[in-house]
Design a protein around this ligand. Structure first.
Ligand code: SF4
Ligand code: FE
Length: 483
């Protein structure tokens, strides 16, 4: 089947009968909701760019499994070139949306589940890999957006899943039938769930033998019976309801997260990818997290490009662009942003094949990538705010600018260089505000901290992968120590 156009994608999401809630009410039409629509537009960009001849080579690929042209977001990485192209594609999408375009979680889940199911089958003679390939090819062929759901609510962090007072705090199998299983639980902070057709569920941590019912992975359509979604609030979200494009900063694009509840959802046998093989739970988690930590070396860099550009434009508009301090800040922002990109490319270049043939990134470098992402975007934002000046948070509204009586004052006193309109100056400052403090701050700032795992999760992996023993031996050898 041909790839979907952006418009076809929007219409395909409109057809889903999702149960979405926001502000305590059911959202009957999420597609046209002013708060939610920008997030849909961001995913749409992954379809539009695939149709654009200029980007088609980066955005699409011939599936090695079906021979058909598919979107790269549905691709299993076959070599290090694929891994690098993934990062480049994400940077491009970040540049075009200045927001989280959401479709990567499914891509990263695809790759993690592909190799893990292969290894489970090899050990147990199960059919998970075949199940997964069928599902994957179905999604790739129909050009569907797939969400990847990992993060359980986790309740008391000091207790294993089976030891929780409320066992539903980790998603689990509550019933086994001849034709499938019934699952109950929730996944939190689910990026893009309302803009996806299907969701792949994976376990959230390594599990022991007592956690069998929690070691479960599967895929279901997002409008399956029993699934409901509660939208997470974003800073300044209701500004999108006011009807002012200027005041929103980035009126067309955004991201979205939701709490997704699985209230006894049926999963047919052919959609199950893990069911009780607890020792593979940690492997699936580690791979998904690793891929998503690589992803941040692309998407956040693309958004960073927009922010650096916005800061430079703000300096142009107030006449400060030639000041050496401003130039130096822009250099520093660029240096930090490109360092993140280096990490994304490096962990891809050092990738290696798994037993399934799918390529993994270098886990140490991917974790270093994400660890840097927990810091550098904050510094880039700090410098952008420094260059922008206080007006980014004290500027009056568009209504004031357009007002018959007071508009002339806003226009006169907030002008920078004479040949740039006050409106344009306000537009660029609102974009910086959006990225630093508004709805996009979810994706650019706090998600940089906690998305794909909080900083400590990367430090654990860095400790595990850092090979300290080897380094000690190097030192002893150079120091000519004989023990
Ligand atoms: Fe993709 Fe980045 Fe959003 Fe994750 S945070 S889904 S990698 S855009
Ligand atoms: Fe994310």
């Amino acid at each position: 089947m041909a790839l979907m156009t952006g418009e076809q994608y929007i219409e395909s999401i409109r057809k889903l009968k999702m149960e979405v809630y926001m502000f305590g009410e059911r959202v009957e039409n999420p597609v046209d909701d002013p708060i939610l629509r920008p997030s849909l537009n961001s995913v749409r960009m992954t379809y539009d760019l695939a149709q654009d001849p200029q980007y088609a080579e980066l955005m699409t690929v011939i599936s090695p499994y079906t021979g058909e042209k598919i979107n790269r977001f549905a691709h299993i990485h076959q070599n290090t070139e694929d891994l690098k192209n993934k990062v480049k594609m994400q940077r491009l999408c970040g540049q075009k949306t200045a927001a989280c375009f959401q479709r990567c979680v499914g891509m990263d889940a695809f790759n993690a589940v592909f190799s893990t199911t292969f290894e489970i089958d090899k050990k147990y003679g199960t059919k998970y890999h075949e199940n997964f390939k069928k599902f994957m090819n179905y999604c790739a062929d129909k050009d569907l957006t797939v969400d990847g759901a990992m993060t359980d609510p986790k309740g008391d962090r000091s207790k294993a899943p089976h030891a929780q007072e409320d066992p539903d705090l980790y998603l689990r199998v509550v019933e086994t039938r001849e034709d499938g299983i019934v699952v109950r639980g929730a996944k939190a902070h689910q990026t893009g769930i309302i803009n996806s057709h299907e969701v792949i569920v994976m376990p959230t941590i390594s599990m022991g033998p007592d956690d069998k019912e929690f070691a479960v992975s599967f895929a279901v359509p997002v409008d399956s019976e029993g699934i409901l979604m509660i939208i997470g609030r974003q800073s300044c979200d209701t500004r999108k309801q006011e009807g002012s494009e200027l005041d929103v900063g980035n009126s067309e694009f955004g991201g979205v997260e939701a709490l997704v509840i699985f209230d006894d959802v049926f999963v047919p046998n052919e959609r199950i990818f893990m069911n009780g093989e607890t020792e593979f739970s940690g492997i699936m988690v580690e791979r998904f997290a690793g891929y998503h930590r690589q992803s941040y070396g692309g998407c956040k860099v693309g958004v960073g490009d927009v922010l650096i550009g916005a800061a430079a434009v703000a300096a142009d508009y107030n006449g400060a662009a030639k000041a050496s301090a401003v130039k130096d800040k822009l250099i520093e922002m660029t240096h930090l942003n490109e360092t993140l990109y280096c990490c994304g490319i490096a962990c891809s270049t050092e990738g290696y094949p798994t037993e399934s043939g799918a390529y993994m990134i270098d886990l140490l470098l991917a974790n270093v990538c994400k660890q840097n992402v927990t810091r550098f975007p904050y510094e880039i934002v700090r410098l952008a705010e420094d260059i922008a000046g206080g007006l980014m948070v004290t500027a009056p509204s568009e209504k004031d600018l357009r007002d018959e009586k007071i508009g002339k004052y806003v226009d006169k006193y907030f002008r920078g260089v004479a040949d740039v309109s006050t409106e344009n100056r306000l537009r660029i400052l609102r974009l910086i505000e959006n990225l630093a403090l508004g709805t996009a701050a979810v994706g650019y700032r706090t998600e940089s901290m906690h998305g794909a795992g909080s900083p400590q999760a990367q430090r654990i992996m860095i400790a595990r992968q850092g090979n300290l023993g080897f380094k000690k031996e190097l030192a002893k050898s150079i120091a000519k120590i004989k023990e």
